[in-house]
Design a protein around this ligand. Structure first.
Ligand SMILES: C[S@@+](CC[C@H](N)C(=O)[O-])C[C@H]1O[C@@H](n2cnc3c(N)ncnc32)[C@H](O)[C@@H]1O
Length: 286
């Protein structure tokens, strides 16, 4: 039997579940000009204030079961839209402002990797880029970044938020279905965050196959694996390192490193791992 949860607490639960700035909080979307400023300072003040707010939400959610989390009407609405129309469902979520996954800022660990020179240069791809914060955050003269999303509304949002940024020459957005895409140039880096968990689990093999196809032979796939959890249903569908290995190993990807994401925002801490994968041509290297 589902517990009845007051509406105010329900909002906190779904916030914590995705780890996002609540829809009703008024801080999303962020002003366009602040995106890169936030990115460069994220390791200090901004990150701490976000974490503090999120950690309070997490403490609240820890007192409840995953069953009550699933009773959240906002989350149910996202899942309902996806069930009713698997292709247009995402667009409807964007249209209705049902984007609980959206941090309203770049992903801190990607900003960190970018700023410390730990990301491959060249061409980068972010599939399921949403409002494009990560695309803009890692774009620079040495790295051209392409963000693709199946939702027209998401792409419009991404362009609106980022087109006047000083590094706007180094990234682009495209309304594209990742699974059927045949770009003219391949990529040195692909970053997946909350895309793997968003697709139907039976699409994961196709996801891995497309990753293999889109990466240059010596390219790198970075997966921020989330949510590492044990609930049932989705999206977001729960993930585990084994879920990634199951589909990536047959495509000759091998994990170069898998580490806990210490820079995860508060509610996602302990439920995210950063995986870095390379393709190995020779069977003997697997
Ligand atoms: C959970 S959201 C994550 C967005 C973004 N990565 C983030 O962390 O804010 C998943 C995104 O994937 C997009 N998407 C779903 N299926 C897709 C597909 N086949 N090709 C490209 N994008 C897709 C959705 O429109 C949505 O914006």
């Amino acid at each position: 039997m589902l517990a009845v949860v007051p509406r105010r607490l329900q909002r906190r639960l779904v916030s914590s579940f995705f780890g996002f700035t609540p829809f009703a909080g008024g801080t999303y979307p962020p002003p366009t000009r602040t995106i890169l400023v936030q990115a460069s300072n994220i390791s200090s003040t901004n990150k701490n204030s976000i974490s503090t707010k999120m950690e309070k939400q997490e403490q609240q959610s820890n007192k409840t079961s995953s069953t009550t989390i699933k009773s959240n009407p906002g989350l149910n609405k996202v899942q309902e839209l996806m069930r009713s129309d698997s292709s247009d469902g995402w667009d409807k979520c964007w249209e209705q402002g049902l984007t609980p996954w959206d941090l309203g800022q770049p992903t801190p660990v990607m900003v960190h990797l970018h700023q410390t020179g730990a990301l491959p240069k060249g061409r980068a791809l972010i599939p399921g880029c949403g409002s494009g914060h990560d695309v803009a955050a890692i774009a620079c003269p040495e790295r051209y970044v392409v963000g693709v999303d199946i939702s027209d509304k998401a792409i419009k949002r991404a362009i609106e938020l980022s087109s006047s940024l000083p590094n706007a020459d180094y990234f682009t957005f495209s309304k594209t279905d990742f699974f059927t895409w045949h770009p003219t140039e391949l990529f040195d880096l692909i970053f997946d965050y909350t895309f793997f968990c968003a697709i139907e689990p039976d699409m994961r093999s196709a996801w891995a196959s497309q990753m293999k196809y889109l990466l240059k032979p010596d390219g790198e796939l970075i997966t921020l694996m989330f949510p590492i959890s044990d609930y049932v249903g989705g999206p977001p569908y729960k993930v585990s390192v084994a879920d990634y290995e199951e589909v990536l190993n047959p495509m000759r990807f091998k994990a170069v490193s898998i580490v806990e994401n210490d820079l995860a925002i508060g509610p996602r801490k302990g439920r995210e791992k950063l995986g870095r994968w390379k393709k190995f041509i020779s069977q003997s290297m697997m």
